[in-house]
Design a protein around this ligand. Structure first.
Ligand SMILES: [Zn+2]
Length: 225
C-alpha cells in the first residue's frame, strides 16, 4: 500500500522538520501547500494560473483551487508510493474535499503531533533567526544561541519579530480555532495516531515511524478496518 500521510499539529510542534525527515526516510515526497502553490504558478498549469489571478487580486486561494493543486501533485509519478502532506488540510471543509480526492487510493494515515501549549510558547518565543541567510538557529545549538552567531554563515542571529509572547499566543489561538476541529474530524479513524512532540527530535522521529507502522497494520486490502 502507498503511505499517504497527513500531519496535524500546532505551529512550533516541529511538524515541518519531522515531515521532511520522514519523507526522506521513506523516499516519498513531502508536499507543502505553499510550495505547491508557487510551483503550480511557475509551471503555468490551468489551476496555477487561476491561483495566480486570485493572489494577484490580493485574495485567498479557495479550497476548490487548493484541492485541485493537491490532486495534481498527488498524481505525479514520484507520489506513487505515497506522500506526506504538510500544511493541508487546515480546515474541516478541506479535509472533506481531500477525502473525496482519496477515493480509490490507500487510506490516509493521520498523525497528530501533540505539544503542550506552555512548551510551544517557550519554543516559539525562543526561536532565533539569522539576519543574513534567514535560517532558524537549532535550539540545541547553545554556542550559536549564546554568541548570536549563525553556525551556517556566520551572520548575526536575532529573535524573530513575530515571536513575541502576544503574537505567539495569537497564532496558537488561530490554530486552535481553525485546525483543532480537524483532530475531531479524524480521530475516530483506525489510521489516526497521536505522537508526543514534546520529546527530543530523534525520539519524535522514531515515534512517528512506529505510529505509521501501527496505522499501516490496520489497513488490509487498501481499506481501513
Ligand atoms: Zn546564517
Amino acid at each position: 500500500m502507498a503511505l499517504n500521510l497527513i500531519m496535524l499539529g500546532p505551529p512550533g510542534a516541529g511538524k515541518g522538520t519531522q515531515a521532511e525527515r520522514f519523507a526522506k526516510l521513506k523516499g516519498i515526497p513531502k508536499i507543502s501547500t505553499g510550495d505547491m502553490l508557487r510551483e503550480a504558478v511557475k509551471a503555468g498549469t490551468e489551476i496555477g494560473l487561476r491561483a495566480k489571478a486570485i493572489m494577484d487580486r490580493g485574495e485567498l486561494v479557495s479550497d476548490e483551487v487548493m484541492i485541485g493543486i493537491v490532486q495534481d501533485r498527488m498524481n505525479r509519478d514520484d507520489a506513487r508510493s505515497g506522500f506526506i502532506l504538510d500544511g493541508f488540510p487546515r480546515t474541516v471543509a478541506q479535509a472533506r474535499s481531500l477525502d473525496q480526492v482519496m477515493v480509490g487510493r490507500s487510506p490516509l494515515i493521520v498523525i497528530d503531533i501533540i505539544v503542550p501549549e506552555s512548551e510551544l510558547v517557550r519554543r516559539l518565543g525562543s526561536r532565533m533567526v539569522c539576519t543574513r541567510c534567514g535560517s532558524n538557529a537549532d535550539p540545541s545549538d547553545t554556542k550559536a544561541i549564546s554568541t548570536l552567531v549563525c553556525s551556517k554563515c556566520g551572520g548575526q542571529l536575532t529573535q524573530r519579530t513575530d515571536d513575541n509572547q502576544s503574537v505567539v499566543l495569537e497564532r496558537l489561538k488561530v490554530y486552535h480555532a481553525n485546525t483543532a476541529p480537524l483532530v475531531a474530524y479524524y480521530q475516530g479513524r483506525p489510521t489516526f495516531r497521536a505522537v508526543d512532540g514534546a520529546q527530543a527530535a530523534d525520539v519524535v522521529a522514531q515515534a512517528l515511524v512506529d505510529a505509521v507502522d501501527g496505522a499501516k497494520s490496520v489497513v488490509v486490502g487498501g481499506s481501513a478496518l
